[in-house]
Design a protein around this ligand. Structure first.
Ligand code: HAM
Length: 428
């Protein structure tokens, strides 16, 4: 036999035995997000590389190390979407979506591609459920967004989750830039004890030092200057209001002054939701405000915010927590036959049943009635219709209820309406 080709490292298949869980989660998301006024948007899987360099940020790990970038036959540098925010902002600007309403709210369920080191819960292609709300500067929008995610995971019955929040300030001289200077001098004082990644980040991306998982480093930064003590007046006011709204909505959260997120565009509120049972890759969602990105991508200054939720991790959390998923949809009727005439009849009847909205499967392999019945059982069919030689002769079909074993004979002409009646009763 020829050698089998396997899926690419860091990617995986969602087989039919799993995919119903995805449908369940995706449809719950659509229902919740649409209740909050978000509408679906679909953007291309690849974009000009420049969009992510400008949008996601030149100094981020994503742009520096993780992008799937290639040149197309026309010599363009293209990149498989590593995250959804810059593409949505691009589309918002390109399609003038801002002209009709002041606040535009989008959601997407789409694959993202990042050349990361694969491990449990970390893939090179992951599915992300993302939302972007463009237009509102109000702290109420921040609380509304977090409450929407909270509502969504509560609907799914996900437990043991933690919502961490921070405010990373803004670009005003007396806000983040001032804090970064304090942080840098503190890091320089402790330079000999910092890991190589932190040393590297000190000049290139100092805030990310706060994210360091190396114990020695995190101990040092715990004692260092905190962004929350260096916010400007406006950012402080924003934070105070977000907190008060969260409390009013009774959404539990923790302040975490070390939460900085790996993307460049955040301003003010950032947040992350972690879940138990996932190991190291425990962030099931993350997001925040990005008030400068629209302008950076060529639009007028427009405040915005959003989050992304990794569906692979969300579903893994549900599995780890033994959340009950609804049963996968079974089939209503399995049709079995013997002989050529029998096959022709079940083909015709199944076509009729399906057009009546009944799910029907037919046994087309030339096998014994017994083994066809076994297949019907395996597929979880509610009813089996049997058309053998005797049935054909009499113009009838044998109908077996697979739940109680009851078998009866039905006039072939009446099969459609009989099945409709029976299934209406059993669907009730
Ligand atoms: P992010 O934190 O990079 O944010 O990704 C969002 C979520 O996607 C993560 O919390 C995680 O659940 C999931 N995720 C990320 N990378 C992987 C991976 N390699 N394998 C599995 N799951 C993964 C963003 O992408 C921002 N665009 C979110 C946002 C939207 N901020 C504002 N608007």
């Amino acid at each position: 036999m020829a050698e089998q080709i396997k899926a690419v490292r860091g990617t995986r298949d969602i087989t039919p035995d799993e995919v119903y869980k995805w449908h369940y989660v995706e449809s719950a998301a659509r229902k919740v997000f649409e209740k909050f006024g978000f509408r679906e948007i679909r953007t291309p899987i690849f974009e000009h590389t420049e969009l992510f360099v400008k949008g996601t940020g030149e100094i981020t790990d994503i742009v520096q190390k993780e992008m799937y970038t290639f040149e197309d036959k026309g010599g363009r540098s293209l990149t498989l979407r590593p995250e959804g925010t810059p593409p949505v902002v691009r589309s918002y600007l390109e399609n003038n979506l801002f002209v009709d309403i002041p606040v535009n709210k989008f959601y997407y369920i789409a694959p993202m591609f990042r050349y990361e080191r694969p491990q449990a819960g970390r893939y090179r292609q992951h599915m992300q459920l993302g939302v972007e709300s463009i237009g509102s500067p109000s702290p109420a929008a921040d609380a509304e967004l977090m409450s929407m995610y909270w509502h969504f995971i509560t609907e799914l019955n996900i437990k043991e989750v933690k919502l961490s929040m921070n405010n990373v300030g803004c670009g005003n001289a007396d806000c983040r830039p001032n804090y970064v200077e304090h942080l840098k001098s503190y890091a320089k004082e402790n330079i000999d004890s910092l890991c190589d990644t932190c040393k590297d980040r000190l000049e290139r991306n100092p805030l990310r030092m706060l994210d360091c998982k190396v114990e020695g480093c995190s101990e040092i930064f715990k004692k260092g200057p905190k962004i929350l003590d260096h916010l400007c007046q406006e950012c402080n006011k924003h934070l105070k209001l977000v907190k008060s709204y969260m409390e009013r909505l009774e959404i539990p959260y923790e302040m975490n002054p070390f939460l900085v997120r790996g993307l460049d565009y955040y301003t003010r509120t950032v947040f992350e939701v972690t879940a138990t049972g996932l190991g190291a890759q425990d962030a099931i969602a993350g997001g925040g405000r990005y008030d400068n990105l629209v302008e950076q991508l060529g639009g007028k200054p427009t405040p915005a915010l959003g989050f992304g939720c990794g569906l692979d991790r969300l579903i893994a959390t549900m599995e780890a927590q033994n959340t009950r998923f609804p049963d996968p949809p079974g089939i209503d009727v399995y049709l079995v036959s013997v002989g050529e005439e029998g096959v022709s009849r079940i083909l015709e009847i199944s076509y009729l049943l399906r057009r009546k909205g009944i799910s029907a499967e037919i046994g087309l392999e030339d096998r014994s009635l017994r083994s066809q019945m076994k297949t019907a059982n395996k597929l979880g069919a509610k009813y089996v219709i049997i058309i053998g030689e005797e049935e054909i002769e009499k113009g009838v079909a044998s109908l077996k209820n697979m739940q109680d074993g009851h078998q009866e004979t039905v006039d072939m002409q009446m099969l459609g309406s009989t099945m409709e009646d029976k299934l209406r009763i059993s669907h009730r």
